[in-house]
Design a protein around this ligand. Structure first.
Ligand code: GCV
Length: 699
């Protein structure tokens, strides 16, 4: 591939610059033993070959025996020499886990299974990429979450719902005959961070994907991904029995419908023996579902689960539901719908729940379902693509957001009942666990549009492997692997990544405001929008600004959404003394002159938060200037241009929102807030009919 296009992601394997360290590596890793007797081990061998050649400057020598010195020995435990075997057998490496150790002047990478070996190889290469000394071994690691899955909202016409990095990478028309190199590179990148599943199609599903012609295409992709430890999953359109099966109904309790799904699923497994299962969006935003027939979500999910069970397939049933016919606060609806069904789902059903109760906002309190369904495996759904966070134009490091959610305490069983423990299944001893990320991947040469979007893909993968990792640790890894190991580069860049999330919250939706984005495409501010048919699609529904104040009262005096949290959490949010200010207007409607903790009145505090967001983007720009010497001209320029758009748009957000809210507060902008350049009328007039990521019918 072309140099420095970003195509190689974090797997660039640049030569180690520090000559002492390079010498240490060369002395200790002169050759490699690996028997590539499976496809997965072949891949591991190739990765070592490419990786070591890049990092050390010379292709490694591959040897066929294990009684060697100064070598890397890569094998499953059972294939190690007897003397080594004895050392590892007792260490009880978990499924897909690995151990990397120094033994008798060699480095042994081992596991009980092939995929664990591959993960170990990627880990060793990462160790070298980060220029860590070999003394820092042994390393034991194993995934803490079973299903680590990307969700592609990719349509069969190659458009991507909420995709900002070009077209879908799946070239359906050329499949199954043509295997694009991207499929292989995609699998490699995912395996390198431990991602082990991919849902190929949009949750707003098209039944055609289940027809024989498409299943053959899916099978071709599954064949590519299998040796990388990645299973394919599809979205199932609930009305498929009608649309492609000629049945009159899709009622999940109807025997004909049940047989249709069973036959369909049996057929899929003939072509794809390790097919993962289905992800389903049902009775949500116009998608069909069991409620069309007076049945429950459990009836629908269990019907598919029964048909998948003999093949060990699973159902990931989404909890993202809200209805225009339900006047209840939208934030409460999913909980109301699903919590009564706890214990009613089959063993192979997981509920996939978005991180917050509304919809992937720059900041949301954790979804109350996470503390409320002890009998049902709950999967986390994070969004990696930045639908509400500036698309692929804004630099926003999302692991910071993910970390905040995973570290939140549900108090389900008292203090310490972290969301991370719900997700990895340890809190209630769940048999299966999962984390999904809505992909930000497309056909752009650098995969993610914004070069720093790659950090979000990488970070999602790492957190799905270990939800207790810190955003900072992940930033440090990604920066060193992708750009440079020089501390003078890494330190300011970590700082930039870590403030970027706070910046976007501040310049878009500070103090707990949410869903102020312009409607349809969700790009830019539209807090004034009030004319859409469904009330909860209008930003005014969420901020409720009026002459008295602003914010959504979700305490007992309002919608009482806080009652869906465990008591200590609800009490914290209800009480103005204890409610964290970052969630203030999420839970409270407050007067414009309400006193904030720092003594400012709310109106002034809000303005200064918007201003702070703008200031943080300026700080990001100056950090970027600081590290210019470590980049090529193109690398520098690409992000510099994007950051200046981000600054312009941060100001746009501040000015548009504050000018609009001023029509209610009637107060002057405080000292410290820059004066808006344009009138409110101007901001309201801005239109983006061809903003990317939306369906053609929405234009
Ligand atoms: C795939 C939001 C998005 C939709 C998306 C939906 C969902 O509403 O705007 O594009 O549809 O979430 O997660 O199902």
């Amino acid at each position: 591939m072309l140099p420095q296009t970003g195509y190689k992601l974090w797997l660039d394997y640049r030569k180690v610059k520090n000559s002492e360290l390079l010498q240490e590596y060369r002395n200790q890793i002169q050759s490699v033993y690996i028997q590539p007797d499976t496809k997965t081990l072949e891949i591991a061998q190739k990765e070592l070959s490419v990786g070591l050649a890049g990092l050390l400057g010379d292709k490694p020598t591959f040897l066929e025996r294990q009684n060697i010195k100064n070598a890397i020995i890569v094998a499953k435990i059972k294939d190690l020499n007897k003397e080594y075997q004895a050392l590892f057998e007792s260490s009880k490496i978990e499924e897909n886990g690995f151990q990397i150790s120094h033994v008798k002047e060699n480095i042994i990478v081992t596991s009980n299974d092939d995929i664990g070996v591959l993960y170990g190889v990627f880990h060793l290469l990462k160790h070298l990429q980060m220029n860590l000394p070999l003394k820092k071994l042994p390393i034991f690691d194993a995934p803490k979450i079973d299903l680590r899955i990307l969700n592609h909202w990719d349509n069969l016409d190659r458009s991507v719902e909420r995709g900002y990095a070009g077209n879908s990478i799946w070239k359906w028309h050329k499949l199954p005959g043509y295997i694009d190199q991207r499929y292989i590179d995609y699998a490699r990148a995912n395996a390198s961070v431990g991602i082990n599943g991919t849902v190929l199609t949009n949750v707003n599903a098209n039944a055609l994907i289940l027809t024989p012609m498409y299943i053959k295409k899916v099978a071709a992709l599954a064949n590519v991904f299998r040796p990388y430890g990645i299973r394919v999953y599809l979205t199932a359109r609930f009305s498929a029995p009608i649309e492609i099966g000629n049945l009159k109904t899709a009622d999940p309790l109807n025997p004909e419908v049940r047989n249709w799904w069973k036959a369909k699923i049996d057929r899929i497994y003939k072509e794809i023996p390790d097919f993962g299962g289905f992800l389903v969006k049902a009775n949500s935003e116009g998608q069909p579902g069991p409620q069309n027939y007076g049945r429950s979500h459990a009836d629908g999910a269990n019907m598919l689960a029964d048909a998948l069970a003999p093949h060990k397939g699973i159902v990931m049933w989404r909890a993202f539901v809200y209805s225009e016919h339900d006047a209840t606060d939208r934030a409460k609806q999913a909980y109301n719908e699903f919590v009564p069904l706890d214990g009613k789902f089959k063993e192979n059903v997981l509920l996939q729940v978005k991180n917050g109760a509304i919809d992937f906002q720059p900041r949301e309190p954790f979804h109350p379902m996470f503390g409320a369904m002890p009998k049902t495996p709950l999967m986390m759904e994070f969004q990696i693509t930045q639908e509400y966070l500036g698309f692929s134009t804004h630099l926003v490091y999302l692991p910071k957001l993910y970390e905040e959610v995973l570290q939140a305490d549900t108090y389900q069983h008292g203090k310490g009942s972290l969301v991370a423990k719900v997700i990895d299944g340890t809190l209630d001893h769940k048999k299966i666990s999962g984390m999904a990320g809505v992909a930000n991947i497309g056909s752009d040469v650098n995969w993610t549009g914004h070069p720093f979007g790659q950090a979000n893909w990488y970070g999602f993968g790492r957190l799905s492997w270990n939800p207790y990792l810190s955003a900072k640790t992940i930033a440090n890894e990604w920066l060193r692997m992708t750009y440079s190991t020089n501390d003078e580069f890494v330190t300011p860049m970590i700082k930039m990544l870590l403030i970027s999330r706070a910046a976007v919250v501040n310049y878009m939706t500070p103090l707990g405001l949410h869903h102020l984005m312009d409607t349809g495409h969700h790009y830019g501010p539209g807090p004034w929008v009030s004319n859409l048919s469904r009330p909860e699609w209008n930003p005014v529904y969420y901020h409720k600004a009026d002459s008295l104040g602003i914010g959504f009262d979700r305490t007992p005096t309002g919608s009482n959404a806080t009652a869906q949290y465990a008591k200590p959490v609800a009490d914290t949010f209800n009480n103005l003394e204890t409610c964290p200010e970052e969630y203030l207007l999420w839970f409270h409607h407050l007067p414009w002159d309400y006193k904030l903790k720092n003594g400012n009145i709310l109106w002034n505090g809000l303005a200064l938060k918007y201003q702070e967001g703008v200031g943080q983007v300026r700080e990001m720009q100056s950090l970027w200037e600081q590290i210019k010497p470590y980049l090529s001209a193109e690398q520098y320029q690409e992000v510099a241009m994007l950051l200046s758009i981000q600054l312009k748009e941060a100001k746009w957000w501040r000015d548009a929102c504050m000018s609009y809210f001023q029509t209610f507060s009637k107060k002057p902008f405080p000292k410290g807030m820059e004066t808006p350049k344009h009138s409110l009328k101007y901001y309201k007039s801005l239109k983006f009919p061809y903003a990317p990521g939306i369906r053609p019918s929405w234009h």
